[in-house]
Design a protein around this ligand. Structure first.
Ligand SMILES: [Fe+2]
Length: 234
């Protein structure tokens, strides 16, 4: 971060602005924004993106929340970009940087279909997608599914039926989350996405075992032996 840029002061302003419009959505709360900002700044260092733009875009990227099941969902990132731009102009953010912040916000969303044209936009998009993966991604997915009244899962193996993430929360892993890794556009983001996706696959395997959708792996058979001391560590 350039020394002249008061990042801590701006983070306080972002938090105050966002708290005023908080909607009680645990998957898109201030902690989501803090995590995305932290990951985005780490990716920015690797990608040579300007940290002031990345910081503002990461904190403000969800400042307008449209529910996932709303027909206006695809407009959420454009609405967020517009609201963030108005706030930043009023609050005295460096005006030359605001269009880049607006672009990064508008391009971050999966459903907007806007191609990120700048390193800052790529970094913010990857950081937001990382928060949909791994342990935190699993927690957020079930939070959203619960809020929308979806069942946890459909009985039986997902391989034997049509995926329907409008009805079953676990289906959202297969419909979208496990594919996010391939959409990452930064090298560091892709590497971390791969690590988090591997953890989610492990989780889904264990879930399938626990709900009886697949058989658990056979327990390793202990070979009988007459060697002295073979059971010493039992
Ligand atoms: Fe987000």
């Amino acid at each position: 971060m350039p020394r002249a840029f008061p990042s801590e002061l701006w983070v306080k302003r972002f938090r105050r602005f966002l708290s005023a419009g908080a909607q009680g959505d645990a998957a898109h709360d201030l902690e989501h924004l803090r995590r995305v900002a932290a990951n985005a700044l780490a990716l920015a260092r690797a990608e040579g993106a300007r940290p002031e733009i990345v910081l503002a875009a990461a904190w403000l990227h969800d400042c307008v929340i449209v529910p996932k099941n709303s027909p206006r969902r695809a407009q959420a990132s454009a609405l967020s970009a517009r609201r963030a731009g108005l706030f930043l102009r009023r609050a005295g953010f460096p005006s030359a940087l605001i269009p880049a912040v607006e672009h990064a916000i508008e391009a971050h969303s999966f459903s907007a279909g806007v191609t990120p044209r700048t390193p800052e936009a790529r970094v913010v998009q990857d950081a937001d997608r990382l928060d949909a993966l791994g342990a935190v991604g699993i927690a957020r997915c079930f939070t959203v599914g619960g809020a929308l009244g979806r069942a946890l899962y459909a009985p039986g193996s997902v391989r034997a039926r049509r995926i329907d993430d409008a009805r079953y929360t676990v289906d959202h892993f297969h419909a979208k989350l496990l594919r996010l890794e391939k959409t990452m556009t930064t090298t560091a983001g892709r590497r971390e996405a791969r690590r988090r996706t591997a953890f989610m696959r492990t989780y889904l395997r264990r879930l399938d075992e626990e709900i009886g959708a697949v058989k658990p792996p056979a327990a390793k058979t202990r070979r009988a032996t007459s060697r002295p001391g073979a059971y010493a560590r039992r």
